[in-house]
Design a protein around this ligand. Structure first.
Ligand code: GDP
Ligand code: IMO
Ligand code: MG
Length: 440
C-alpha cells in the first residue's frame, strides 16, 4: 500500500506543516524521515500558531505520528513539544524509532564552534545551532547514541564514556569548553529522566511501518528542510546535513522506494532562504522587505529574518528533476497581493554558457548566473477573511491574474496542482486536483 511524500521544493519553510495539516486526515500515519530540531513546521489551531520541530504535523488532526530512523532527535526539545501540545489539549499519538540518533548538548556547542571556524574562512553555513551537523557526523563516524541505546543501561554507560571522551577532544581542539554536566554520569541521569517521558513511544518503526503497509495503511511522509538544502544536492557548504529529497523517505523510514506512489512538491509563491548561501532572485530592496513583512518571514526555529525574493523556477524545475513531483502545492499566494508587477525567474544567463535552465553544481558557477525574468500583472491585496470567502467559492473565483500565475507555474513544471493556500488558516485552501486514491 502506498506512501505519499511531502517535500519542500525550495530552501525550507515552504509551508510543509500547513500542507500536511490539509492532507493528514486522509492518511493513517504521518511520518518524519529526516532532520530534527532544525525543522520548524507551523500549523494554526484557530489563531494559535503551533510550531513543531520533531513531531509530525498530522498530530494536530489526531493522526498518529512516527519519528523515523533517519531523524536526529533532541529529547529536551521533543519533550517540550509534547508538553506544549498537551497544554493545548492535544495528546499526540507517537511512535519513535529505536534507530533514530540522539542530539546531545555537546553537539549543539560543536555546531556553533564549527560554524564560527568556517566563518573565518568565509564559509559560514549559518546553521540553526541545533547540533544537526555534529549529530549526523557521529552517525557517520559510528560513535553515536541511538534512541534504542537508552534501553540498555550497560551499553549506554560505555557509549556515553566514549562520546564524552571523543567530544571533549573535539571541543577543546576547537577552542571551546567541555562542561562538567556533559560527563557520562551526569548526562546519563538526565537522559534517564527524559527516557521516562518517552519510553512508551519507542518501537522498531521499520517493522511497524512495513506491517502497516501490508495491512493496507496509507502513510504520509513529511519531509523537513528543503530540496536545495539536501546534503548531496544543495550547494556546499550551504546545506543541512541530511538528505531531504523524496528518496530519503525510503532510507529514513526503512520502506522500499516502490511503496512511494505520490510526491507532493510544496513551494511558496516566491522564494525565501534563512542562513547563508546563494539566492539568485533575492530582493534586497523595498519589494523584498514588503514580502518579508506581508509573509511574516521570520524563522520558525530561530526567529531570524528570512531573505525574500521572486519565485525561481530554475530551482523548482531542478527540484522536480530530483523528486519527480506528481503534484504541486503552492502556498502564500495571498502575500503577493497588492504588488503591481510580479516577476518569475525562468532561466539563468551564465557568463560563459549562455542560457541555462538547471541549477549549477558549484557556488562558483552559480555566482556567474544572472536570473532572467518574465513579468506578470499582480492581483489585489485582500484581507484574510476575504481570501477565505474566495476559497469557499472555488478556483474560478480567484483573481484572473493569480490564476494566470499559478497556471504558468504548473505548465512550466508540467506538474498538476494539488491545492493552493491563501492564508494560514486551513479554510484558506483551494483544492484543485487531489489524488483520488487518498479517499479510501
Ligand atoms: P515549513 O517549515 O515548510 O512547515 O514552513 P514554516 O511553518 O516554517 O513557515 C511557513 C509559514 O507560512 C508559517 O508561519 C505558516 O503559517 C505560513 N503560511 C503557510 N501557508 C500560508 C499561506 O498560504 N498564506 C500565509 N499568509 N501564510 C502561510
Ligand atoms: P523546515 O523543515 C529553513 C537551513 C539553516 C542553515 C542550513 C543548515 O522548517 O523547512 P542546520 O541547522 O540544518 O545545520 O542548518 O539549513 N535550514 C533550514 N532553513 N527551514 C528549515 O527547516 C531548515 N533546516 C535547516 O538556516 O542555512
Ligand atoms: Mg520551517
Amino acid at each position: 500500500m502506498p506512501v505519499h511524500v511531502i517535500v519542500g521544493a525550495q530552501w525550507g519553510d515552504e509551508g510543509k506543516g500547513r500542507a500536511v495539516d490539509v492532507l493528514a486526515r486522509h492518511y493513517d500515519y504521518v511520518a518524519r524521515y529526516n532532520g530534527g530540531a532544525n525543522a520548524g513546521h507551523t500549523v494554526y489551531l484557530g489563531n494559535d500558531p503551533i510550531k513543531l520541530h520533531h513531531v509530525p504535523s498530522g498530530v494536530i488532526s489526531g493522526i498518529p505520528g512516527i519519528l523515523g530512523n533517519g531523524m536526529v532527535i533532541d529529547l529536551e526539545i521533543l519533550i517540550n513539544e509534547i508538553h506544549t501540545l498537551r497544554s493545548k489539549g492535544i495528546t499526540p499519538l507517537l511512535h519513535i524509532s529505536d534507530r533514530a540518533h540522539l542530539t546531545l548538548p555537546f553537539h549543539k556547542e560543536e555546531d556553533v564552534l564549527i560554524d564560527s571556524l568556517k566563518a573565518k574562512y568565509g564559509m559560514r553555513t549559518g546553521t540553526t545551532r541545533r547540533g544537526i551537523g555534529p549529530t549526523y557526523q557521529d552517525k557517520a563516524a559510528r560513535v553515536s547514541l541511538r534512541v534504542g541505546d537508552l534501553l540498555h543501561s550497560e551499553r549506554l554507560d560505555e557509549k556515553l564514556r566514549l562520546l564524552g571522551d571523543y567530544h571533549q577532544k573535539i571541543i577543546m581542539a576547537l577552542g571551546g569548553t567541555f562542561k562538567e554536566e556533559w560527563r557520562s554520569s551526569v548526562l546519563k541521569e538526565k537522559l534517564m529522566k527524559q527516557l521516562n517521558e518517552i519510553k512508551s513511544y519507542i518501537i522498531d518503526t521499520v517493522d511497524f511501518l512495513n506491517k502497516a503497509l501490508e495491512n493496507g495503511s496509507f502513510i504520509l511522509a513529511e519531509g523537513a528542510n528543503g530540496v536545495h538544502l539536501d546534503i548531496d544536492h544543495g550547494i556546499a557548504p550551504y546545506t543541512t546535513s541530511s538528505n531531504t529529497i523524496a528518496g530519503a523517505a525510503s532510507t529514513g523510514l526503512g520502506i522500499a522506494p516502490s511503496n512511494i506512489t505520490e510526491v507532493y512538491g510544496v513551494m511558496k509563491a516566491y522564494t525565501t532562504r534563512v542562513g547563508d548561501g546563494p539566492m539568485p532572485t533575492e530582493l534586497k530592496n523595498e519589494v523584498g522587505k514588503r514580502i518579508q513583512m506581508a509573509g511574516n518571514e521570520f524563522g520558525t526555529t530561530t526567529g531570524r529574518p528570512r531573505r525574500c525574493g521572486w519565485l525561481d523556477l530554475v530551482l523548482i524545475r531542478h527540484s522536480h528533476l530530483l523528486n519527480r513531483f506528481t503534484r504541486l502545492i503552492i502556498t502564500k499566494l495571498d502575500v503577493l497581493g497588492g504588488i503591481e508587477e510580479i516577476k518569475v525567474c525562468n532561466a539563468y544567463l551564465h557568463e560563459e554558457k549562455g542560457i541555462i535552465t538547471h541549477v549549477p553544481s558549484t557556488l562558483e558557477e552559480l555566482k556567474q548566473c544572472i536570473p532572467q525574468y518574465i513579468t506578470f500583472d499582480g492581483w489585489e491585496a485582500l484581507k484574510p477573511q476575504e481570501w477565505k470567502e474566495i476559497c469557499e467559492q472555488g478556483y474560478e473565483t480567484l483573481p484572473k491574474e493569480l490564476r494566470k500565475y499559478v497556471e504558468y507555474i504548473a505548465k512550466q513544471c508540467q506538474v498538476p496542482i494539488a491545492f493552493l493556500t491563501l492564508g494560514t488558516d486551513r479554510g484558506a485552501t483551494i483544492y484543485v486536483d487531489l489524488p483520488t486514491e487518498i479517499y479510501h
